[in-house]
Design a protein around this ligand. Structure first.
Ligand code: UTP
Length: 417
């Protein structure tokens, strides 16, 4: 049986007859491509994900407790020195690597192109988000006399554009042999009847599988093996869109080493009880980021004896892992979250349909859902002024305007400009 016949058999088995019919409408070259795509899709998983959309979410018995943390600003001089020395030693030994998640679509920002290619209007002439990240890493390299390997996760959609942009800008002076681009995985979009959508280029329409896809794609792309060859023991994973992200925080690293943790995260305090952010907690004794929608209102407002919110540590995508932790997570399936969205598609008559209402499910896994595979997580509380200037929305909160202000104020404080 050739690949096309094999693909048709699978499609028949999973009741995707409209895609079997699609083979008759496209030329031979496209047929071969489509067959390859079909053979790469896990149809069993897709059928399960679709079935899950019809189920009520099961609420299991839960105990939710606040998470323990250390406040960076309140460490004693000795504690900080101890952590910093441990962290610095690991970086100097070449045991540290950085991953930037840059596979998102940045729909809220609406910038035409990968988010890292967005220019933040700082100091008049502006800086690209990738440039800000490169500068952060170059500063650490200079301080510790190393070149930290930098892995950038892209998506199929933005990989070429990202690569061209970095080439054109000479990787902002970063040693190119230490920069690795790898692509994240994708999953098909499914309509309300469980049928996969067809895209304009007469393929099955797929979309990025969420930032939780980082772990499995680190493995499947070979990036994880490459890190191990380089002797990396600690992996930082951060977002592309935080202009104050500190990718090499030796205090966080040293604290994690000192306390013998596998995973760690830098947090900032929730701005107020009802801020729409995910916060860390212990759920049934395992670390977890609980979405604001899932945290009962009473708990969200609860304060401790110092008058501080009990559930206050916001997840800002500033996470650290031992290489063994990445090994472990990259083979464990993460749960998928379902978003019901508007997605255009090609109908049986070959016409493009642009829906006015949501018509299909997109399945995404989230980076923080892996934390519950561990007994504990080391949390270091940072500050918004030093650590968090997100570029999410076009205007208003977490926009280029707020990020620019935070960025310029931070650097003014450093006496740099
Ligand atoms: P967000 O969840 O904020 O998504 O990503 P986004 O794509 O930047 O923006 P919206 O929601 O479409 O407006 C947080 C981080 O995770 C990365 C993003 O690039 C960003 O660094 N991400 C997100 C991925 O790498 N892949 C994904 O599939 C989703």
């Amino acid at each position: 049986m050739n690949e096309i016949e094999k693909a048709k058999e699978i499609l028949n088995e999973y009741n995707q007859i409209h895609i079997v019919n699609l083979f008759d409408k496209i030329d031979e070259e496209k047929q071969v491509e489509l067959a390859k795509q079909v053979l790469n899709i896990d149809f069993h998983k897709m059928a399960e994900l679709y079935e899950n959309t019809k189920k009520e979410i099961e609420i299991k018995e839960k105990t939710i407790e606040p998470i323990k943390y250390l406040d960076k600003a309140k460490l004693t001089y000795e504690e900080k020195q101890n952590f910093d020395n441990l962290g610095i030693q690991a970086v100097k030994n070449g045991e540290y690597a950085v991953v930037t998640m840059a596979g998102g679509q940045g729909t809220r920002l609406g910038h035409p192109g990968p988010k890292g290619t967005f220019k933040l209007d700082v100091y008049g002439k502006g800086k690209y988000l990738f440039e800000i990240l490169a500068e952060n890493l170059k500063e650490a390299n200079k301080k510790y006399g190393v070149t930290i390997p930098w892995y950038i996760m892209t998506s199929r959609e933005n990989n070429e554009m990202t690569k061209d942009f970095l080439e054109k800008n000479n990787y902002f002076g970063y040693d190119k042999s230490y920069v690795t681009l790898f692509m994240q995985g994708e999953l098909p979009l499914v309509n309300t009847e469980g049928k996969l959508l067809i895209s304009k280029d007469m393929k099955i329409k797929e979309a990025s599988d969420g930032n939780g896809g980082t772990y499995s794609s680190l493995r499947s792309s070979g990036a994880l093996a490459n890190m191990k060859e380089r002797g990396v023991k600690w992996v930082f994973i951060g977002s592309v869109d935080n202009a104050l992200l500190k990718m090499v925080d030796v205090t966080l690293l040293g604290m994690t080493i000192d306390k013998n943790y596998q995973i760690a995260s830098k947090t900032v305090v929730k701005a107020n009880a009802h801020e729409r952010v995910g916060v860390f907690c212990k759920l049934n004794n395992h670390p977890k980021v609980i979405e604001y929608t899932e945290l009962p209102e009473k708990m969200a407002e609860e304060v401790d004896s110092n008058g501080e919110l009990k559930f206050s540590e916001s997840h800002i995508m500033c996470n650290l892992y031992s290489i063994d932790a990445i090994e472990k997570i990259s083979t464990e399936p993460l749960m998928y979250h379902t978003a019901f969205k508007k997605n255009s598609y090609i109908d049986e008559d070959g016409k493009e349909v642009i829906p006015e209402e949501p018509n299909s499910y997109k399945f995404e896994s989230f980076i923080f859902d892996a934390f519950e595979f561990f007994d504990d997580i080391a949390i270091l509380r940072g500050t918004r002024e030093d650590d968090f200037a997100p570029v999410k929305n076009k205007e208003g909160a977490d926009s280029p305007k707020t990020a620019k202000e935070l960025y310029e104020k931070f650097w003014a404080r450093q006496g740099e400009r």
